[in-house]
Structures are given as structure tokens and as C-alpha cells.
Design a protein around this ligand. Structure first.
Ligand code: FAD
Length: 465
């Protein structure tokens, strides 16, 4: 039932053109409201962005982004916007062990979940049989984890040690997997967030662990194509518009949004900006959240060699500074380009960039024979110091809901309460949740959040804990 005014064609302003704002606008565009999206930067996409390649020209992603098969709202938005052709589904995960041994790990297409993971776990050549069994046990224990008395205090590392996971298994499986999925180090993230990775990202469904890799630069995918599709659906997208104030009427409701000297009236606002910007714009709604929430850095090391050096589409490099390597898309004008991604990179931020490049190149030369004779033409290190929300124990209690005490103001963003970590899926979910709440206020029908992948009875039994 609507809690707000019944307006024929209400005007909703979405502030922020990252994936949360774009998803909110997409959902609202399916109702009978008018939608305006205001983005401060020249191009939409937010943190899922690209920059101009100084060497070959064209767009290069600031940092490689991947989704997983479990990201139902990400996949749904891409499908509806016709972006499917620019997403590759890698079913095989490549792990490169400490000695350079390669493991090609592919979940079964035949066995029911969670047994589909058996070939993936047993495919890891750098583990002994005992370690593989311990890893399987750890996965099941994690799936059954429930915080004592509802309060989560332990970090993933503390908990994995508590249940007796071998140090090698922690260092060579849990650490790279959890850190790359959550963007934060294993000794800081809460067990609940690690459980989400294990259950939703691996155990829940045969397709859950599929890696979804964009094959076009994010700037083109989201900044151009997704925006073009939204405009086609009637959304007015205005970039280069920094919102400086959310104007309120005497009854406290939002009346307009101000961009410098221009005031744009509206019936509701979805505020889809990062938490610090939200705190500045509506300090009474998002008061001290900046003190309670912390960001985690992610570093991308871009390397341009004179030839292609990576002979697999991607690889997890375990037990090294380099965590993931992604090959530039063949045929996309990125010949010889590859990208190494290092999550939770705060230890590297103050260090010498050249030393980091040297170390990463040395690691690649160790494991990829073609890199040994290749000449490095250029390198670029890009670090986002607050790439993602640090999902520490208890953080979910601090993440605000989409609805606020201002009846026509709704919050979105990967940092809001979605139950998901700070990812593209989390951002898109948040946008949809906020759009549904705004729709409810205005008496509009807005499409609901897409449910997670269905769990079969065996998975439900295992994860019920
Ligand atoms: C280096 C890095 C690697 C990552 N890797 C992955 C990955 O592999 N997989 C994955 O799923 N996720 C990854 N993420 C996380 C993912 O990018 C984010 O979770 C997601 O893009 C956040 O979207 P958002 O819309 O919530 O926020 P943002 O993308 O931050 O969007 C907020 C938007 O609001 C705009 N804005 C701010 N203030 C104003 C204002 N006053 N007026 C108007 N506009 C304003 C900003 O310009 C921005 O465009 C990564 C992030 C980084 C930085």
C-alpha cells in the first residue's frame, strides 16, 4: 500500500550513476514514473569504470571486474539491457600453486549441488588428499555456521583456525578465495561474509561458481550501452551534474535536488552515492556512518608486453603477492595487455610502485613461460583506497536500510543493507530494493529483486545448520 501521495506521473530523481543508481533507474523506468538520473562525473558506471589507454588508445578498465553465476540481479540487468553478448562465462577456474603447478578446476555439470564441487576441490593439485578432505569439511562447517546468540565477533581467519583448518589450506585456498570475493583480508572479514562466499558462491548451485567476465571495457558496457538502453526506456540521464543539496520542505520531505544554482523539483529521491557523500548530503539520515564503516583498497597492476604472455583466460595465483591475473581480451585491441589484481592491498599502498611492478612481473615470469622472453613495454598501478566496504564482523548491523526516516528519501549503494558484500551484485540489488521502496511510497509497481539461485533439498539440509 502507498504511504505517499497519489501522483499521476511522479518524478523520481536518482542521484549517482554507479551500478546502484543505474539499477534503481532501470527498475523505476518500468513503472509509470518519470526518472532523472544525475551523475557527477562525465560518464556513468561509478567504480565499475574505465580510463583511456595511454599506449594503444581506447578504454581500459581501472580494475578488472568479474561477477559470478550466483549474481542473479547483475545477470538479469545485463540480460534485460541486451549486454549478454559482452559477458563471457568461464566455468573452469585456474589455480596456479606455489610451485607453479596448474590446476584446472571445473565443477560438475552432472552431479547435484553441492556434490558438483567434488571435481573442483579434488582438481587442486597443490593439495594432498588429506588437505582436500579438510577443505571439504571446512566448506561444510562454514555452510552450517551461525553466530552465537546472533552476534558475530570472529573474523574468518580466527574461525577457520578454531575449526582446525590446516594452515596450508587457509593460505592456499581460503585466503585467495575469500579475499578476492570480498575485497578484504581474511583476518578482517567476518565469518558471516565468508559463509556467504562459500554458500552462495560455491555450494548452493551448479552454476554458482561460474566466473562472469566482461569482454568489453566497463566504460563501454555500463557507461555507454547500459545508459543508452536506459535513455531508450525514457530515463533522463544527466552526467557532469554534482548534486550539492537535497532540499527539504517544511514537513521534512524531499522537495527538490540542487546542483549548484539549479534546483530540480521531484516527488522522491533515490540517493545512490558512496557513504561519505551520502553523509555530507543528508547528515540527519546518514549521520556517523563514516566512522562506523571502513573501506578496503584494491590494486590493479596493468602490464603491456610486446606479445600475449598469459595462456589461460584468468588464473588465481596462490601464495604470491599477485592474486589474480586476467588476460586482455584477444581481438579487442589489448594485445599483450594483462592485469594483476590484488585485493586488500593496504600493505602495498605506501610502497614503491616500481618494486611492486618488478615483483608482479617476476611472479608472472615464474609461472607463464611466454612472459620470460617478452619485453615489458609499459606498466600502470591503479589503487582505489576505498574500493569496497570492509565487511568486518558485525558490519551488517551498521549498514542502513533503503527506507529512511524521510518518507520520500531512499538509500542505495553497495554499502547499504542488502545482505550481500560490496560488489556489482550488491550494488544492483541495493538499487532495486530502493526502487521497490520508492515505488511502494508512490503507489507504483516496480519489479522486485531477483531471487538467489534455487537451492536443492540437499543444499537446504546442509546449509540450514
Ligand atoms: C578496484 C575495484 C575492483 C572491484 N572489483 C570488483 C569485482 O571484481 N566484482 C564486483 O562485483 N565488484 C567489484 N568491485 C566493487 C564494485 O565496483 C562496486 O561494488 C560497485 O560498482 C558499487 O556501485 P555503487 O553504485 O554502489 O557505487 P559507485 O560505483 O561508487 O557509484 C556512485 C556514483 O555516485 C556518483 N556521485 C557521488 N556523489 C555524487 C553527487 N554529489 N552528485 C551526483 N553523483 C554523485 C559517483 O560519481 C559515482 O558514479 C570493485 C571495486 C573496485 C574499486
Amino acid at each position: 500500500m502507498s504511504g505517499g501521495p497519489q501522483i499521476e506521473s511522479p518524478h523520481v530523481i536518482v542521484v549517482g550513476g554507479g551500478l546502484a543508481g543505474l539499477a534503481a533507474a532501470a527498475a523505476l523506468a518500468e513503472s509509470r514514473c518519470r526518472v532523472t538520473l544525475l551523475e557527477a562525473r562525465r560518464r556513468c558506471g561509478g567504480r565499475a569504470a574505465s580510463y583511456e589507454d595511454p599506449v594503444g588508445g581506447g578504454l581500459v578498465d581501472a580494475c578488472q571486474h568479474v561477477a559470478m553465476g550466483c549474481c542473479t540481479n547483475f545477470l538479469d540487468l545485463c540480460r534485460r539491457a541486451g549486454l549478454d553478448d559482452a559477458l563471457r562465462r568461464d566455468r573452469t577456474l585456474w589455480f596456479i600453486g606455489p610451485e607453479g603447478d596448474r590446476s584446472r578446476c571445473t565443477p560438475s555439470r552432472v552431479l547435484p549441488a553441492p556434490l558438483h564441487l567434488a571435481p573442483l576441490l579434488f582438481g587442486m593439485r597443490h593439495f594432498s588428499v588429506g588437505e582436500k578432505l579438510a577443505l571439504g569439511r571446512g566448506m561444510l562447517r562454514l555452510a552450517r555456521y551461525r553466530p552465537a546468540e546472533g552476534a558475530e565477533t570472529a573474523t574468518a581467519l580466527e574461525w577457520l583456525r578454531l575449526i582446525g583448518q590446516p594452515e596450508r589450506v587457509i593460505r592456499l585456498f581460503w585466503q585467495p578465495v575469500i579475499e578476492s570475493a570480498l575485497g578484504e583480508s581474511i583476518d578482517l572479514v567476518g565469518v558471516g561474509a565468508a559463509r556467504k562466499v562459500a554458500v552462495d558462491g560455491f555450494l548452493a548451485h551448479r552454476d554458482a561458481a561460474d566466473l562472469i567476465v566482461p569482454t568489453e571495457p566497463l566504460g563501454r558496457l555500463f557507461g555507454d550501452r547500459l545508459v543508452g538502453w536506459l535513455e531508450g526506456a525514457g530515463v533522463v540521464v544527466e552526467s557532469g551534474m554534482t548534486v550539492t543539496e537535497i532540499e527539504r520542505a517544511t514537513d521534512g520531505r524531499v522537495a527538490a535536488v540542487r546542483c549548484g544554482t539549479e534546483s530540480i523539483p521531484c516527488d522522491a529521491v533515490v540517493l545512490a552515492v558512496p557513504w561519505k557523500a551520502a553523509g555530507r548530503l543528508v547528515p540527519d539520515v546518514v549521520p556517523d556512518v563514516a566512522e562506523q564503516l571502513a573501506g578496503s583498497p584494491i590494486t590493479a597492476v596493468h602490464l603491456w608486453f610486446d606479445c600475449d604472455v598469459i595462456d589461460v583466460p584468468h588464473a588465481v595465483l596462490v601464495g604470491r603477492v599477485s592474486q589474480w591475473v586476467f588476460r586482455g581480451e584477444p581481438g579487442s585491441g589489448t594485445h599483450g595487455h594483462c592485469q594483476v589484481v590484488i585485493s586488500a592491498s593496504r600493505g602495498l599502498m605506501q610502497g614503491d610502485r616500481q618494486k611492486l611492478v618488478d615483483q608482479v612481473v617476476a611472479e608472472l615470469r615464474e609461472v607463464f613461460p611466454a612472459a620470460r622472453n617478452a619485453t615489458l613495454r609499459d606498466a600502470k598501478v591503479v589503487t582505489d583506497p576505498t574500493a569496497v566496504l570492509s565487511v568486518r564482523p558485525g558490519v551488517d548491523a551498521q549498514r542502513p536500510a533503503a527506507t529512511t526516516h524521510v518518507p520520500n528519501l531512499f538509500l542505495a549503494g553497495d554499502w547499504t543493507a542488502t545482505g550481500w558484500p560490496s560488489t556489482m551484485e550488491g550494488a544492483i540489488r541495493s538499487g532495486r530494493i530502493a526502487a521497490v521502496a520508492a515505488g511502494r511510497y508512490l503507489g507504483l509497481t516496480v519489479p522486485a529483486v531477483v531471487p538467489e539461485l534455487p537451492k536443492n533439498p540437499l543444499v537446504r539440509l546442509i546449509t540450514a545448520g
